[in-house]
Design a protein around this ligand. Structure first.
Ligand code: SF4
Length: 263
């Protein structure tokens, strides 16, 4: 079968994004994730199944099946913006590795058209599946949420051993640029010691020179209500700008990584 006919399930496309990779980007959000992070701001991404969510009182269908051809035609419309800004295509979710064939083929279509590619992913997948993406991947924005497996399991539903091992294998492969991103979540990983543990781990990964600290926000809260789900972070405040600066200094105290807040 022509790889352009590979199908995948997405729930959103965001154009003209200036986050999630260099330059101006088109973000394709894929359905499905194996984690259940308590703070997830895209809870409608977690189930692979197509769902109904109440949005401003109206039922909205979340999820649709598309081909690589449809998606790349849409992505190509933004080529002038990529050209001027150094931007491109980013796959997000959900977890794009839950649909590895579609992700690989969409990245391939972009690369074959000279479009820069990135993924946002937490690397919870069989490494062989991840490797299939690397020939077509310029930048891997990889979430590392915690170094402690017990706490990781308590707050996300899964332990972190596979993800840490995959981070190491990805870095050692040298096949794609790797940036480590840490969602900073109060009550989970926002102490100086916890962030320094993650930074020390990231600094051991060959080729990694950047770490991004992403402060928790509540933008996804209404979606939980729309899905009839409880919001488990109720009452938890986002970290202050002062605390984020403290964490940034704490990273610099233990490693030479370039640390930025946001990104
Ligand atoms: S890994 Fe990302 S998409 Fe999956 S549950 Fe966690 S925050 Fe949500």
């Amino acid at each position: 079968m022509d790889y352009l006919e590979t199908t995948g399930r997405i729930f959103d496309v965001q154009r003209y994004s200036i986050h999630d990779g260099p330059g101006i980007r088109t973000i394709v959000f894929l359905k499905g994730c194996v984690l259940r992070c308590r703070w997830c701001c895209n809870p409608e991404s977690q189930e692979y199944a197509i769902q109904t969510m109440k949005v401003q009182g109206e039922d909205k269908l979340i999820g649709r099946d598309v081909t690589v051809r449809e998606m790349i035609e849409l992505v190509e419309k933004d080529r002038p913006y990529y050209y001027r800004s150094g931007g491109g295509l980013t796959l997000s979710g959900g977890e794009c590795l839950c649909q590895p064939g579609f992700s690989r083929d969409l990245l391939r279509a972009a690369k074959e058209r000279g479009i820069n590619t990135a993924i946002e992913s937490m690397a919870c997948a069989e490494y062989g599946r991840m490797e299939e993406l690397f020939p077509y991947l310029d930048l891997y924005l990889m979430d590392i949420k915690h170094t402690n497996p017990v706490k990781h399991k308590e707050f996300t539903g899964r332990s972190n051993e596979l993800m840490l091992e995959n981070a190491r294998k990805t870095a050692l492969s040298g096949q794609t640029k790797l940036v480590i991103r840490v969602p900073v979540i109060p009550t989970f990983n926002d102490t100086v010691e916890e962030i320094q543990d993650i930074a020390r781990f990231a600094a051991t990964l060959p080729g990694v020179d950047k770490i991004h600290l992403l402060p928790y926000h509540r933008l996804g809260q209404d979606k939980y209500e729309g899905l009839g789900r409880e919001y488990l972070m109720d009452g938890i405040e986002p970290p202050s700008a002062e605390h984020m600066d403290t964490l940034k200094r704490a990273v610099h105290a233990v490693c030479n990584l370039d640390c930025q807040i946001g990104g």
